[in-house]
Design a binder for this molecule. Structure first.
Ligand code: SF4
Length: 361
C-alpha cells in the first residue's frame, strides 16, 4: 500500500499532480481509489440511482464534429425525427413506469421552428404528467432567448458536454469554423448556469492525442465551473468519421474503460454531491460497465426509451448496446442489473443534483 497515495486520498483540495496520480492508480491503489469514491458516494448522495428516460428526438445535426457518427457530413446516415406522438408516448411510458425524469436529446439544430417545436413538446410532457416528470434537455448550443424560453416552459436541467476542456485538443477533434467554436460552447455553458438550469457537462475519455494531464485538467475545469451534473464516458471510434483515421493512436478499449471508471471515481471525490451519469458508452465496452460505474460513484442511469426502430440511426459511436430492445425489456433488464449492483432505484423521484440545492442554501 502506498502511503503517498493514501495521503492524496485524504486531502481536502486536490491539485493537478494529485489528480494525475489518482488517474494512474494501479492494483491496490486502484482498489483504494474505488473504495474511497464508493464511500463518498454513499455519504453524500446515498445508494439511490435515478432514472432519466432518454428520448433521442432527432439525428439531424448541422454540425460536423470529427468524432461523431451523426455528424452532418455522414452521408450514409438515414435521418429521422420523431413525431410529436412518438415523443409523447415515450414520455407517457416514462411517467407510467415511475421513471421520474426524461431527457430530450437531439443533434444540434438552431432555428425558430426547432425552438418552437421543442417548446411545444416541453409543454406536452409537463401536461401529460401534471408537471411530475422532471425534464433534462441535451440539445446543444442555442441562443440565450431559446434557453430562456425552454427554462420558462419547464425544462430545469441542461446537459452540454464540452468533450474536452483543452482548447488545443478541442481544435483537433472539431472543424475550424465558427460553428465549432470552443469559446461559444463556454459561453453557452455559462448562460445555462446563469439562467438557473442545473447545468451539466462531460468529456470523452481516451481520445486520440489526449493525455492524462488533459483529463486531470478536465476534472479541474468541472470543479472550477462548478457543474451540477456530469455525463462522461469512453471515446469509441466510429468508422464513418474523420477521427477514425487516428484509431492506431488509441488506448485498447479495456484501458479506455478503466480510465473512464477512474475519472468517475475521482470526480466523485472532487465534487462529492453532484449527479454523475453512468453512460451507455461504458456498457458498449463491458456488458456490466454501467453497473460497475454505479458501484464506484455514478448515481444516474439513462434508459433509452426512443422507439426501437429509430435507435439504430442514433449511433454516435459504434457497438452502441440495446438498440434492438423494446423499452419494456430495457426496464426489466436494468432493474435486475441494478439490484445485482446493490443499488436502490429512486422510482418516481426527480433525483435532482444535491450540489445545485446545496449551492442555493
Ligand atoms: S457531437 Fe453533437 S453537435 Fe457534434 S456532430 Fe454529433 S450530434 Fe452534432
Amino acid at each position: 500500500m502506498s502511503s503517498l497515495f493514501n495521503k492524496i486520498l485524504e486531502k481536502e483540495n486536490l491539485n493537478k499532480e494529485d489528480l494525475i496520480c489518482l488517474l494512474n492508480a494501479k492494483d491496490n491503489d486502484r482498489k483504494l481509489l474505488f473504495e474511497k469514491s464508493a464511500e463518498i458516494k454513499q455519504k453524500y448522495v446515498g445508494n439511490k440511482v435515478y432514472f432519466r428516460g432518454l428520448i433521442e428526438y432527432s439525428n439531424i445535426c448541422y454540425k460536423n464534429c470529427l468524432y461523431c457518427g451523426i455528424r452532418a457530413g455522414n452521408k450514409d446516415l438515414i435521418h429521422y425525427t420523431l413525431s410529436d406522438e412518438e415523443v409523447i408516448n415515450a414520455a407517457k411510458f416514462a411517467f407510467e413506469n415511475n421513471y421520474g425524469s426524461v431527457v430530450l436529446q437531439s443533434g444540434e439544430i438552431e432555428s425558430s421552428a426547432f425552438t418552437e417545436k421543442i417548446d411545444k413538446l416541453i409543454w406536452e410532457i409537463k401536461k401529460l404528467s401534471d408537471s411530475k416528470l422532471g425534464l433534462t434537455l441535451s440539445l446543444g448550443e442555442q441562443s440565450e432567448e431559446t434557453y430562456k424560453q425552454w427554462f420558462k416552459s419547464g425544462a430545469h436541467r441542461y446537459l452540454l458536454r464540452i468533450e474536452t476542456s483543452n482548447q488545443e485538443l478541442y481544435s483537433k477533434i472539431h472543424p475550424h469554423n465558427s460553428k465549432h467554436s470552443f469559446e461559444k460552447r463556454l459561453v453557452a455553458l455559462n448562460t445555462l448556469k446563469r439562467l438557473g438550469f442545473q447545468a451539466g457537462t462531460g468529456v470523452m475519455i481516451g481520445l486520440p492525442f489526449q493525455t492524462i494531464e488533459n483529463l486531470a485538467e478536465d476534472l479541474l475545469f468541472m470543479k472550477e465551473f462548478d457543474i451540477d451534473m456530469c455525463g462522461m464516458g469512453p471515446y469509441i471510434e466510429h468508422k464513418q468519421t474523420p477521427l477514425y483515421e487516428f484509431r492506431d493512436k488509441l488506448l485498447p478499449l479495456n484501458e479506455r474503460f478503466d480510465l473512464s471508471l477512474k475519472m468517475i471515481a475521482v470526480l466523485r471525490i472532487v465534487m462529492k454531491d453532484i449527479n454523475i451519469a453512468s453512460t451507455t458508452a461504458l456498457q458498449a465496452i463491458d456488458p456490466i460497465g454501467r453497473e460497475k460505474a454505479i458501484k464506484i460513484g455514478a448515481n444516474i442511469i439513462m434508459p433509452n426509451i426512443t422507439p426501437g426502430n429509430n435507435r439504430d440511426n442514433y449511433l454516435l459511436y459504434e457497438n452502441k448496446p440495446c438498440t434492438d430492445e423494446e423499452v419494456e425489456d430495457c426496464k426489466t433488464c436494468l432493474e435486475a442489473r441494478l439490484h445485482f449492483a446493490g443499488a436502490e432505484i429512486g422510482y418516481g423521484e426527480w433525483g435532482d443534483s444535491k450540489h445545485f440545492a446545496n449551492k442555493k442554501d
